[in-house]
Design a protein around this ligand. Structure first.
Ligand code: MLT
Length: 316
């Protein structure tokens, strides 16, 4: 035990998790409300707890000579320089399962909003119009193509099969799905999906995976749902695909820059934007906080870590 080790909470975590940490064998500084506190305490930090706001860059790591553990209260670790952490022997842990249900439920909600054209109905009804012409489709019978078939996509598939939708998936890291989802090549997925649903972890290799070329290979009138990372999609190409009619609509919980800077994209009537809320249910955040603090406490006690992150890619 070394109660002098300092754990800095850089981004807000569930209060019950912060309390559990304070009861552990460490000192705790909560810098989540004042980033200046993070800068002040970085030199002493043994552990760092982040969500997605704090960017754990090589430069930040260099200013933290005592740092041994970075704990990400969530799934994506694209805000952490894994190579820089690895070269210093700093362990990185995350909470990959904590919010899978939350993100999966949001994803299904977005499918229904898109295919039924509900977004347009809500906006026009609120504006005082009463537009009751037939529009939209059923989710039943639609092919949903998952790009990335990890925990979240599997949870989505489990929920949409009872709706009568047909799930297919492209994932270079998965050899067999173990469920009814059929694995296909990316081109086949783009050509046959009514909804292309993004669930890949962002890596250097899949940056702008969905670019102008990919949009050109889409089934005309398809929808795009992105609840993973904004930079998987080339936003200029997305806007062009919407305007050309190739893409019938897009639901975006994530953007290349957050908050997003493209008013054109946000204001396009075919775009359903949400502010990266997929994981932000009370339940999801409670689980993420508890899991990540559990890992920090294990590391403080010298016990093996359950969710050490390897510096490779994968699905969410
Ligand atoms: C995650 O990676 O855990 C989610 O996208 C939520 C987040 O980044 O904060």
């Amino acid at each position: 035990m070394a109660p002098d080790r300092l754990v800095v909470i850089a981004d807000p975590i569930d209060p019950s998790a912060a309390d559990a940490l304070r009861a552990g064998p460490c000192r705790v500084v909560d810098a989540s409300q004042a980033p200046a506190d993070l800068v002040r305490h970085l030199g002493e930090a043994w552990g760092l707890i982040v969500r997605s706001r704090t960017k754990v860059t090589a430069e930040m790591i260099a200013r933290a000579p005592k740092l041994k553990l970075v704990a990400r209260a969530g799934v994506g670790v694209d805000n952490i320089d894994l190579a820089a952490a690895g070269s210093r022997g700093i362990a990185v842990v995350n909470a990959p399962a904590a919010a899978a249900t939350s993100v999966a439920e949001l994803t299904v909600a977005l499918y229904l909003l898109l295919v039924r054209g509900l977004w347009g109905s809500i906006v026009s009804t609120r504006a005082g119009r009463w537009e009751r012409g037939a529009h939209g489709h059923e989710l039943a019978g639609r092919t949903v193509g998952f790009v990335g078939y990890g925990r979240i996509a599997r949870e989505v598939a489990r929920r949409i099969v009872p709706f009568g939708a047909r799930p297919i998936a492209y994932d270079p890291f998965v050899a067999r799905t173990g469920d009814s989802t059929e694995l296909v090549a990316l081109d086949a997925l783009l050509a046959s999906s009514d909804i292309v649903s993004l669930h890949a972890a962002l890596t250097a290799e899949n940056h702008h995976l969905i670019d102008a070329g990919a949009f050109a290979r889409l089934r005309p009138g398809a929808y795009l749902v992105n609840v993973a990372r904004g930079a998987l999609v080339d936003e200029a190409a997305l806007l062009a695909a919407l305007r050309s009619g190739r893409l019938a609509g897009a639901a975006l919980d994530v953007f290349e820059t957050e908050p997003p800077t493209s008013r054109e994209l946000l204001e396009d009537p075919r775009v359903v934007p949400t502010p990266h809320v997929g994981a932000l249910t009370e339940e999801g955040q409670r689980r993420a906080g508890a899991e990540i603090v559990g890992e920090v406490l294990k590391a403080l006690r010298g016990e093996p870590l359950a969710t050490s992150v390897a510096p490779a890619g994968g699905s969410r």
